[in-house]
Every structure is written in structure tokens, then in C-alpha cells.
Design a protein around this ligand. Structure first.
Ligand code: ACO
Length: 339
């Protein structure tokens, strides 16, 4: 008889956003834009922005502490920390190592993962493998970004879209039939040009010239990324459902990456889901990249929109280009916040 794999799921969730809020009205004073344009094209009303002293590891640690409290476990019990981010504090050490030190997770291995806005679901998938294999018992996955630090605040095409934030989840064993039931990860490197920070790495090391050419900021072809997102969100979700032996009709609640309300609505339509079954908070946070899905999931759980046994689909897309979807059957003995 084939050995049944240990099921893996989320034991606790936490999020953290910087206090400072930048509204569309504030942005009207910075670039040639309007609240009407931003809200009608994206659904965004405001976003949180880190101050000068705050880096990605700071907000990642904030989210991590909340997730540990929610899971009811101590930092010392963690076996591994994975931080999904496109805005690490620095190239090295990894942001995961910085978080390990900040929260006192003395027994945890740590590494960063780069998959753009799909990073959290990629990380969740990696963590699941460790639990299913029996190698680890407690893995902390964090999606954390301070995109405000790499935005060109003179470029209205990009600076209005993003926000800072972090979301974390403790992954561990759950009863059979719950937790992660199906995943679909993908990448299309041909689309790498559409969304990138052109300089600062080994291809174009930092120089006075790269700074003068504003190459250390997010450069994006918004229209092309939009078309990609519309295509891939529904497709990825349906493939993950198929792998879980389910169809659209089985979905109780959708937690999509929060980039643009029109992209979210299109994914919901493809899955034939009414918007009541879709979590939306892009209006309050903007696109927080790898942090958006765990922030939305925690909010949905705290608002009582997710109940034990519910079948959730988490789906995102991002720089790479990448996509990632996961079918998760929610299980938590006590879903109230731990802190
Ligand atoms: N305010 C006012 N006007 C603006 C602004 C702004 N902030 N930004 C762009 N415009 C102008 C453009 O210059 C353009 O003017 P033109 O026609 O005179 O040239 C006009 O508005 C229309 O621009 P479009 O690109 O056609 O607008 P669209 O409806 O496609 O919306 C948007 C643009 C919001 C960027 C959309 O394409 C989008 O959401 N794309 C996806 C982006 C995304 O999700 N990126 C994140 C990827 S995930 C990750 O890994 C980070």
C-alpha cells in the first residue's frame, strides 16, 4: 500500500504594514494624476509607505511575530524561514537571515525566494514539500516588500500602483484532507523585460550613469503585464483546482493577488465566482507584491469570511514573469488573532 503523505497547511497568519498612509490625493501633489484616474483604472484609494528608517526585514519581522502568536508557537520552534521578496534589505545577507535574527528563530535555516508577486504562493509550495517529506515541522513563509524604496516617484505609470507591507504564515502538519491540496506554479522568462529593475545587479552594476538614467527603479510595461495577468490568473487557478480533483464550483473563497480590481474581477468571472466570494483590499493597500496574498488571507480569516473546511484558491502573478495558484482547505482550531 502506498504511504500517505503528511498533509501540510497554515497554522497561523500575521500581517504588518507601515503606519504612514499615502492617499490618491497625496499623489496628485507629486505627479500629474488624479484620484479619479487611479481609482477607475486600478481600484486603489490609498497605500501604506515605509519611512526612511524602515526596511523590508523590519516589517517582515512584524508580520512574523503576529503569525507565530496566531499559531501559538515560539520562534525557537521554527525549522526554516523563507522570505519572498523583490525588495530585500540588501543583496546579502538574505532578508530571511535578518528576520531570523530579529525574531530569535535560533534553530531555523533561512533563505530568500524571488518570484515577484507570486513569491508567497511559491514559498508556501516549497514549505509544503518540507512538511510533507517529514523533514521539517514548522516553516515560516513571509511575503514582504518595501516597493516604495524602488519606485520612481516622478513616473505616474508606476508610482501610483504599489504599496509596502508584509504577510506571514506558519506552515505545519494538518489533519488529512486539509491544507494544501493542489498547486500550479509557472514562469515565462520571455516576459522578463516587461517588469524589471534594470540596474544594480551583475548585468548593470550601480554607477553614476545608471543612477542618472533612473535604472534603479521599477520599469514596467503596464499594458502587457495587464494582458498577461488577465490570461494567467484564471488559467492557473483552474489548473490548481484540477490537480486537487476539484472544479470552479468547489471554490468557497478566492484570495487573488491584489494588483488591480479589473484583473481580480476578470479572474472571478473566469471562475464563475460572485464578487462576494472574492477578497478585495487593493483599495486600502495598493499592490504590495509578494505580501498581498497573505495580507488578504489574514484579513479574510479575521473577518470570519473563511471557515474550517472551506476550499480557498490563492492565485497570483508577477515579475519573471511568473504565476502561482494553490488550493487550500482551511483548518485552524482557533482562528482568532493570537496577539
Ligand atoms: N495618472 C493619470 N494618467 C496616467 C497615469 C496616472 N497615474 N498612469 C498612466 N496614465 C496615462 C498614460 O500615460 C496613458 O496616456 P496616453 O494615452 O496619453 O499615453 C493613459 O493614462 C492610459 O494608459 P494605459 O496604460 O492604457 O492605462 P490602463 O487602463 O492600461 O491602466 C495600468 C494602466 C493600471 C498600469 C494597467 O495596465 C495595469 O494595472 N497593469 C498591470 C500592472 C501590474 O499589475 N503590475 C504589477 C505586476 S506584479 C509584480 O510583480 C510587481
Amino acid at each position: 500500500m502506498a504511504e500517505t503523505k503528511q498533509s501540510a497547511g497554515i497554522l497561523g497568519l500575521g500581517s504588518y504594514v507601515p503606519e504612514r498612509i499615502l492617499t490618491n490625493a497625496d499623489l496628485e501633489k507629486i505627479v500629474d494624476t488624479s484620484d479619479e484616474w487611479i481609482f477607475s483604472r486600478t481600484g486603489i484609494k490609498q497605500r501604506h509607505v515605509a519611512d526612511e528608517a524602515t526596511a523590508t526585514s523590519d516589517i517582515a519581522a512584524g508580520a512574523a511575530k503576529r503569525a507565530l502568536a496566531h499559531a501559538g508557537i515560539k520562534a525557537e520552534e521554527l525549522d526554516l524561514i523563507i522570505v519572498a521578496t523583490a525588495t530585500p534589505d540588501m543583496f546579502f545577507p538574505s532578508t530571511a537571515c535578518l528576520v531570523q535574527e530579529k525574531i530569535g528563530a535560533t534553530h531555523a535555516a533561512a533563505f530568500d525566494l524571488a518570484a515577484g508577486c507570486s513569491g508567497f504562493v511559491y514559498g508556501l509550495t516549497v514549505a509544503t514539500q518540507f512538511i510533507q517529506a517529514g523533514l521539517y515541522q514548522r516553516v515560516l513563509v513571509i511575503g514582504a516588500e518595501t516597493l516604495s524604496k524602488i519606485l520612481d516617484w516622478t513616473d505616474r505609470n508606476t508610482c501610483v500602483l504599489f504599496g509596502d507591507g508584509a504577510g506571514a504564515a506558519v506552515i505545519g502538519p494538518v489533519p488529512a484532507g486539509y491544507g494544501v491540496l493542489g498547486v500550479e506554479l509557472g514562469a515565462d522568462g520571455h516576459g522578463g523585460e516587461l517588469l524589471k529593475m534594470p540596474a544594480g545587479g551583475s548585468r548593470r552594476p550601480p554607477s553614476a550613469e545608471t543612477v542618472a538614467q533612473r535604472l534603479h527603479y521599477v520599469h514596467m510595461n503596464g499594458n502587457e503585464v495587464f494582458k498577461f495577468a488577465i490570461k494567467v490568473m484564471g488559467e492557473a487557478a483552474q489548473k490548481a483546482l484540477q490537480k486537487a480533483g476539484m472544479t470552479d464550483a468547489d471554490v468557497d473563497y478566492l484570495i487573488p493577488h491584489q494588483a488591480n480590481i479589473r484583473i481580480i474581477q476578470s479572474a472571478a468571472k473566469r471562475l464563475q465566482l460572485p464578487m462576494e466570494k472574492v477578497h478585495v483590499n487593493v483599495d486600502r493597500y495598493g499592490n504590495t507584491s509578494a505580501a498581498s496574498i497573505p495580507i488578504a488571507l489574514e484579513e479574510a480569516v479575521l473577518e470570519g469570511k473563511v471557515k474550517n473546511g472551506d476550499k480557498l484558491v490563492l492565485v497570483g502573478f508577477g515579475a519573471g514573469l511568473t504565476w502561482a495558484a494553490c488550493v487550500l482547505r482551511w483548518y485552524k482550531e482557533d482562528s482568532s488573532v493570537g496577539e
